[in-house]
Write a protein that binds this ligand. Sequence first.
Ligand code: FES
Length: 148
Amino acid sequence: MISLTVNNKIIKLDIEPQMPLLYALRDELKLTGTKFGCGAGLCGACTVHLDGQAIRSCVTPVSAVDGKKITTIEGLSNNSEHHIQIAWKEFKVPQCGYCQSGQMMSASALLSQNNNPTEQDIETFMQGNICRCGTYKRIKKAIQSAAQ
Ligand code: FES
């Protein structure tokens, strides 16, 4: 039995310990805002927070998060929108939108560690989040705006 906290709720799951966290979130908990992209830790679509740090849930077995705290895009805002989500709307960041929950999870993890990132800080931190639509300029602007 795996026990973890997801979006501030304690969850117990009777699943294979090697199941990727991404599958547990999407298939067991129906939290489908976290996306499957590459399944190999290379694209960032599956990014969630583990104790506030951005991780790739597709390459994280649930056994590795037993007893830990996970936040998904559904839990990023509590009662009001997170400032990253507000900036994403303001700058109309998404095109197709598929990678954007992962982008926002990475961006919010960046700002929680560094609330005044340089352009280089943003590029370095966000380089593992791939967007096939090429929304990178708007992502950067939205992060800079949310940081102010
Ligand atoms: Fe996890 Fe691509 S789906 S990094």
